[in-house]
Design a protein around this ligand. Structure first.
Ligand code: GCV
Length: 715
């Protein structure tokens, strides 16, 4: 090979790797600061670093500063003992008494994980101090300062205090021990169980760094459809190895506990929660885990749901089950996150009502270290659902939010959908349970009824793809979940802007149009999948693509026809008093307002009402016409997204640009598939003409019905 070709080859390889690295580096790009004024402002303001104290967490804070400095400025941040304009890192106890005294008010304003970033005098010199009541506060403060710099904000007169508003900010991995991921679309599990505890991959540290940078402080490593093997000695050692990597980053490890574990891995004959031997088994198991992992977070449990065993198998209640496990972990400071996602094929009641009926009678009976983990809506992570009626209905029980970051029902890792918009919509909903402004956010952060234990969980979209999430924009959903778990009152707009700037570029010509695109993307997916309150009309099993016609599954509530109820008289699920009366589970102002279609927000119309096809909507047109126009709008919006992205080539590296371009084309193809399949199917019932703006479908309804994709990912 001649030398030039060799050099070219090496260069190409190098640039390909650095592009791939960009995807891997998530929002922690720390792009070079090229604006000379900004660069000199920053370098004047911070001329060295001093760390007070010594701990693994302080070490990773200092390392992060160095990583960022090399990337921002191409040089190290010098360690200095004293002098002007030093960055000083240390928790309260390490500060001189006088400084502690001066910051008394600031310290009163933060909690144990909060931070203070402030310009102070230290040994007579101007200093930027990052402090908190704990080392982890210092780490969070360090990431905050670096975020300010990534956003190109000025560092003058710094005085920032911030604390997380929610205590348990947890990712839920639905990862199996064989490394498949239920509803995972970004490759296999990042946990290499086979080689743990001996092989510690750098990805584990980078995962922890990324999470700490947004304040996530817990991770449930395993699927809620649990395998009791993970509670055996062999696996506890593997879990311990991960916990050790995560500890400096303030991340606690949790496991899913299969309710029948005492039988499967303990050899007992029962798993009855009131049986003494069973109770002892769980206590011993907890002792065994805590002996290896002293800061183990606790258990997440899916019980008596979708075939998982639980206390009901023994005629016992969810409280009996949850409290038994809570008792086992309580002496160690652990918690139990007990899922409220229950519904039964033997219960003829509307699925949307079942969790409320099951749990509300037990309000106030759960042990103090139990959080009831409730999905944002009463069915299942749909593109749009009204908030779950359990929020507000159990004032004496701490409720934890469960959002789904992985896009099971929103186009997998193929569709660009910015989920913080969906999360924000739920958090802002007013439950009215204590009068106006009783928002879901206030229930989750505990302020509405003074709860001590609070939490938010996000079902992770992470796999072993080089860029973690498959779709480059999927990273924004991980980022946004973390930011909202820290502060559920943040706006999705602010989150989108931060993420775009940190991940791509600060150039406003990129940030503004892309922010708009992200903010609209959630409504777009609702439009082309489930407009006007439709829900769960995906194909079954893998949930890939439209399947409103499916009606042959054994469990009625697994069939899309159960949810849309289309017939010649109309479409929609009547949840008013003339139907399932799910509305009665909401507080009066909502129950009343939504009882009539005229006063129900259009976005929830068919969630609560079964309406005639010619029902006249606000714009004077029929329901059928409006439905068709929503589907069409969705498709056109994806066309716009693709076009907007095409104008961004100059701001994005080639690899991410090309990948997003191709994914948007697939999204467009699938949006058309949704539109054509759903409209052709529903037209059979409406018997009305296709409005003129709907193009001729590419295929017949039969064609769409016969499509098979047995290997769609994520099962
Ligand atoms: C982990 C839905 C999903 C299941 C998931 C379940 C749950 O039904 O399709 O894959 O199981 O929710 O949240 O437990």
């Amino acid at each position: 090979m001649n030398v030039n070709r060799l050099i070219l080859g090496v260069l190409l390889l190098f640039s390909a790797q650095s592009f791939a690295q960009k995807g891997y580096d998530l929002w922690l790009q720390y792009d070079e600061i090229t604006d000379t004024q900004l660069q000199s402002d920053y370098l004047n303001k911070i001329q060295g670093i001093k760390i007070l104290g010594n701990s693994p967490t302080l070490n990773v804070s200092a390392e992060e500063m160095q990583t960022a400095w090399k990337s921002f400025f191409g040089k190290e941040l010098q360690k200095k003992n004293s002098g002007e304009n030093i960055l000083l890192l240390g928790q309260r106890e390490q500060l001189p008494q006088k400084l502690q005294q001066n910051l008394k008010q600031d310290f009163e304003n933060i909690n144990s994980e909060g931070y203070i970033i402030k310009e102070v005098k230290f040994e007579g010199n101007n200093t930027i101090l990052i402090t908190g009541k704990s080392d982890i506060g210092v780490l969070y403060g360090s990431f905050r300062l670096l975020r300010e710099m990534q956003l190109h904000n000025k560092l003058s007169n710094l005085a920032i205090t911030d604390s997380p508003k929610i205590q348990k900010r947890v990712l839920n991995h639905w990862d199996n021990l064989d490394r498949t991921v239920e509803r995972g679309y970004a490759g296999f599990s990042i946990w290499d169980w086979h080689l743990l505890p001996d092989l510690i991959k750098p990805e584990y540290t980078d995962y922890a760094r990324a999470n700490a940078s947004i304040g996530i402080n817990g991770t449930v490593l395993t699927n809620v459809n649990a395998n009791s093997l993970v509670l055996t000695e062999e696996y506890i050692k593997k879990v311990k190895a991960l916990a050790e990597v995560f500890r400096p980053y303030g991340i606690q490890v949790y496991l899913t506990a299969r309710f029948s574990s005492p039988m499967e891995s303990g050899g007992l004959e029962t798993a009855d929660p009131l049986n003494e031997e069973v109770r002892q088994w769980w206590k011993d198991k907890a002792d065994q885990i805590y002996a290896e992992i002293p800061d183990f977070g606790g258990f997440l449990v899916k019980a008596n749901s979708e075939g998982q065993p639980g206390p009901n198998n023994y005629g016992r209640s969810h409280v009996d089950g949850a409290n038994m496990m809570a008792e086992a972990v309580a002496p160690h400071g652990g918690i139990v996150m007990w899922r409220a996602f229950v519904y039964s094929e033997h219960d003829p009641e509307d699925r949307a009502k079942q969790a409320y009926s099951e749990f509300v009678p037990f309000d106030g009976e759960f042990a103090d270290n139990v959080l009831l983990q409730v999905k944002n809506g009463a069915i299942d992570f749909q593109p749009r659902e009204p908030f779950h009626p359990l929020f507000g209905a159990m004032p004496d029980t701490p409720l934890m939010m469960e959002f789904q970051i992985t896009q099971e029902y929103l186009g997998f890792a193929t569709h660009l959908v910015f989920l913080p918009k969906l999360f924000e919509e739920t958090l802002e909903e007013d439950t009215y349970v204590n009068g106006e402004k009783s928002t879901v956010a206030k229930i989750i952060d505990g302020t509405l009824s003074n709860k001590k234990l609070t939490g938010m969980a996000g079902v992770a979209n992470i796999g072993n793809e080089r860029n973690w999430t498959g779709h480059p924009f999927g990273q924004a959903n991980w980022y946004g979940f973390g930011r909202l778990a820290w502060d559920p009152y943040l706006s999705s707009e602010e989150i989108a802007e931060e993420w775009l700037k940190m991940t791509f570029t600060n150039n406003e010509d990129f940030v503004e149009p892309m922010k708009e695109m992200m903010l609209e993307s959630r409504e777009t997916v609702v439009n082309y999948m489930t407009p006007l309150g439709l829900h769960h009309i995906m194909r079954t099993g893998h949930h890939y693509g439209p399947g409103p016609w499916v009606s042959n599954l054994s469990r009625p509530e697994w069939n899309p026809v159960y949810y849309h109820k289309a017939d010649s008289a109309g479409i929609g699920f009547d949840r008013t008093s003339s139907g399932s009366n799910a509305l009665e589970q909401y507080a009066d102002p909502i129950a009343e307002k939504y009882s009539s279609p005229e006063t129900t927000p259009e976005k929830y119309l068919l969630w609560f009402h079964h309406l005639p096809w010619d029902y006249e909507m606000d714009n004077g047109k029929s329901l059928w016409y409006n439905m068709a126009s929503k589907y069409q709008e969705g498709v056109e919006e994806v066309e716009d997204m693709a076009e907007n992205w095409n104008n961004m080539e100059q701001y994005v590296d080639e690899e991410r640009f090309e990948k997003v371009s191709m994914l948007l084309q697939i999204q467009l193809k699938e949006a058309k598939w949704w539109r054509d399949a759903c409209l052709l199917y529903f037209q059979e019932f409406s018997n009305m003409e296709m409005p003129e703006f709907i193009p001729e479908p590419a295929h017949t309804l039969e064609y769409y019905k016969n499509l098979k994709t047995p290997y769609a990912p994520g099962i």
